[in-house]
Write a protein that binds this ligand. Structure first.
Ligand SMILES: Cc1cc2nc3c(=O)[nH]c(=O)nc-3n(C[C@H](O)[C@H](O)[C@H](O)COP(=O)(O)OP(=O)(O)OC[C@H]3O[C@@H](n4cnc5c(N)ncnc54)[C@H](O)[C@@H]3O)c2cc1C
Length: 495
């Protein structure tokens, strides 16, 4: 089934009120949530648009029916590339973050890890998960991923924390399910998701057994509170403002206050040995997703910088050309890393095709490192007007309207109206509440750069480089490069 955005809204607005903003409990129809809901609308519209069939849609391996690609488990490299393409496409339209990749990455991680736990322990998590996914596909659900725990004292393990709620944990195990408590934080799109998919955030020891828990619950389940921080642009309700102003985002503290999770929705319960594996499966899949969305952010920043250069009539200056080319490097190297991760990925026992973790991590780290630099490029090219421009209303009405039409004109080839729109866009993209969100998301979303460093320290073959150096230095007589010969890209599904 492919839901329309109207069906999605109906389902959303029928949910129990458990959203808290500024100390008040509000419904999902609160206008401050609307900019985020409008982003999700794009994902429903794209899936029903014949032009994007096969990019925004896929065939479900569990129901055999056409589904929204956000709910799909990639089966081959082609699927991973289509996912990457869809993320860049959606993110370009949403102005930077399409918000659905976390749920997608969570279901992939669960499909793989439940199978591996069953193979190791004879449990039945994979069957439960597949049954859950069938309903997820049939109802065309949207899940957010609640992985990041509030974590309390960073130097202490989950079981050592003064407040056990610093990490989501099992409070009680019953025959028919489990009761869980704890805080997850920075959870994007939780207030307008159908489902919350909870996963562990880190490697766990035996003493952390109760913190090894994964499950899915409806986002309005009894005992769940979503303490929400919406981000929107000042012009969100101005019909004359550009599409960028329609979109925004909400992140949440997801507070599980003794929430009951029925057995059929529990996908990990005490398997602490698999804590790291499940956390990393999500993180690596999400880092691959960044190779789609971060290039879109670079596209937008590059476009804004190029327009600012045009408005300043400095396009032909050599330092501007050089700066613009840096955006191309940031966007396309990250995108290329995503494609490499897809064709050098691997088929897991669950049938899910998983991106190569080295390429996914180097791509993600590059994007985290360049994000502030890219904003700096825009600032250098645009000058200071982004933070000093009068409000839109001053350009629209009042006694200074005519004077401001002259003021805003720098490049005589542009009309005052176009010039004004360019500078308003530069302000919104580069110097707004959303701009700050994108900067910090660019660094920490998908794991802080240190997490990619750790992943690379574990997975990258440094011994191979040492062997090479030993050979070139004359310490070893021969060099074994057979791994280069044996590693072959997989083009399954790619026409
Ligand atoms: C905009 C945004 C959206 C997000 N959306 C989601 C989402 O949808 N779902 C989700 O699950 N998460 C989400 N996240 C969370 C994101 O994954 C985390 O921000 C990220 O993993 C970093 O965790 P943290 O913010 O708790 O920072 P910390 O982990 O506290 O990191 C802060 C600093 O402390 C250091 N540090 C931490 N622990 C240690 C230690 N033991 N020893 C030494 N140094 C340490 C780190 O290296 C880092 O430099 C989102 C984050 C942002 C900013």
């Amino acid at each position: 089934m492919l839901r329309t955005k109207e069906q999605y809204h109906d389902d959303l607005f029928a949910m129990r009120s458990n959203i808290y903003i500024g100390g008040e409990c509000v419904g999902r129809d609160d206008p401050r949530l609307r900019p985020g809901i409008s982003v999700l609308d794009i994902t429903f519209d794209l899936a029903r648009d014949p032009e994007w069939k096969g990019v925004a849609t896929a065939i479900s391996p569990v129901t055999g029916e056409e589904i929204n690609r956000w709910a799909h488990l990639p089966q081959n490299p082609h699927d991973l590339i289509q996912k990457q393409k869809l993320i860049r496409l959606g993110a370009r339209r949403a102005g930077g973050c399409i918000q659905r990749c976390m749920g997608h990455d969570a279901i992939n991680a669960l499909a793989i890890c439940t199978r591996e736990m069953d193979d190791a322990n004879g449990t039945e998590y994979h069957r439960r998960f597949t049954d859950y996914l069938k309903v997820y596909h049939q109802k065309d659900l949207d899940g957010c991923c609640a992985q990041t725990d509030s974590k309390g004292d960073r130097m202490k393990r989950p079981s050592e924390q003064q407040d056990p709620d610093a990490y989501l944990h099992i409070v009680e195990e019953r025959k028919d399910g489990i009761v869980v408590s704890g805080f997850k934080m920075s959870i994007t799109q939780a207030p307008y998701a159908d489902e919350i998919i909870a996963l562990p955030t880190r490697a766990l020891g035996e003493e952390d057994r109760n913190f090894a828990v994964a499950f899915a619950v409806p986002a309005d389940v009894e005992g769940l509170k979503l303490i929400t921080r919406p981000v929107w642009l000042r012009e969100k309700d101005n019909p004359k403002a550009g599409p960028f102003c329609r979109y925004g985002v909400s992140d949440c503290i997801v507070f599980f206050d003794n929430v009951f999770v029925p057995r059929e929705r529990v996908f990990m319960c005490g398997e602490w040995q698999f804590g790291r594996r499940l956390a990393l499966l999500f993180a690596d899949s999400h880092r691959h997703s960044y190779s789609g969305c971060k290039p879109a952010v670079s596209d937008i920043l590059c476009g804004a910088a190029a327009l600012a250069a045009e408005a300043n009539n400095i396009e032909k200056a050599s330092h501007i050309k050089e700066k613009l080319s840096e955006f191309a490097g940031a966007a396309e190297l990250a995108y290329a890393a995503g494609i490499a991760a897809a064709v050098f990925g691997e088929k897991t026992a669950s049938g899910v095709f998983f991106p190569n973790e080295i390429y996914a991590n180097v791509g993600r780290r590059l994007t985290g490192e360049t994000i502030y630099h890219e904003y700096n490029l825009l600032t250098e090219i645009a000058g200071g007007i982004a933070v000093t421009m009068p409000f839109n209303e001053d350009f629209d009405k009042g006694e200074n309207k005519e004077a401001l039409e002259r003021f805003i004109l720098r490049n005589p080839k542009l009309s005052p109206e176009t010039s004004c729109k360019i500078w308003q866009f530069v302000e919104n993209v580069g110097a707004s509440s959303m701009a700050s969100w994108y900067k910090i998301a660019g660094v920490h979303g998908g794991g802080s750069p240190i997490m990619e460093t750790i992943a690379l320290n574990i997975g990258y073959n440094f011994e191979d480089k040492k062997r090479l150096a030993r050979y070139l230095a004359g310490i070893d007589e021969s060099l074994d490069d057979s791994s280069m010969r044996d590693s072959k890209p997989d083009f399954t599904g790619i026409a």
